[in-house]
Design a protein around this ligand. Sequence first.
Ligand code: NAP
Length: 295
Amino acid sequence: MTEKTNFCVIGGDARGIFMAESLIKDGHNVKIYGYSQKKTGAKITPKKDIDLALDNSDFIILPVPVTRDGKTLNAPLFDSKIDLDDEFRKKLETKNIFCGGSGTLHNIGEKWKNLCLMDYSSREDFAILNAVPTAEGAIQIAMQECEGTIDSGNFLVVGFGRIGKILSKKLKNLGGKVSVSARSALDFAWIQTLGYEPLETNNLPEFLDYDVIFNTVPHRIFDRYNLLKCCEGVKIIDLASSPGGVDSDTADFLDIKVISATGLPGKFSPKTAGEIIKKTIYKMIKEEGLWKKSK
Ligand code: NAP
């Protein structure tokens, strides 16, 4: 059970809209800003004025990542821009703020570090739950890109972290042949026990003959050396956050198709992904004892 609270959701993609609607269903008062009604089709009407949106709000929810360019708030569904300037920062100064990728705000300058920022995306529970829509989105892209079924496909998942674990399981459950690469003895033991073909990420075989290689390692694994190992027709879906794990210029030169697939939860499963953010924020409010303090 949560106590009735005033939330203000500012910016973000469709996840923010689904989250706002879900907060309302839970009985909270919710205002949204940084969305254009015609782009969202939301039932809730965005406020035209940020001061009206912030007024009386106990909690502000900013998107993940808060900013992509370090200058404006990440608000792809807004016709205008929200500058991350001193004026905007001052409006947030006395508020409890939830956001994703808080480092992108901290990088703007020292003053931004004084805000009360609580980062939901840095939590392990959030990252694990978020790996499910990410893995499903990756499989959806593979289905669009490949002529064959997943059931008859041969896949390599590079990296056995949160996304690697969930993705390999889902591919196998759909009948695909799955190889998984890692670098620790513990991961090799799990990979073998779970019935995948184990490979070493830092010593991939000479011939990478797969329908799709999914990269989850946030490190340049697919440099020229490893790209030259890719057999004809291999497609690489790069899930790692920017700058990704593939030397795309060399891949282009070698005619290897690379799909840079970031932000999949927001693109393919915004409803579930918005719910994951909301539930993570509820947990954080409870852990910090903020339900009562906000009254
Ligand atoms: P994770 O749990 O940390 O897994 C990362 C994997 O990469 C681990 O297996 C790790 O091995 C391995 N690794 C890291 N550095 C390596 C190196 N130098 N050489 C070899 N292996 C290395 O991360 P995750 O949650 O699965 O996320 C993976 C990436 O996807 C991140 O960049 C994350 O930001 C991004 N992401 C993408 C989306 C999307 O929509 N595409 C959504 C969420 C997250 P060890 O365990 O041995 O360190």
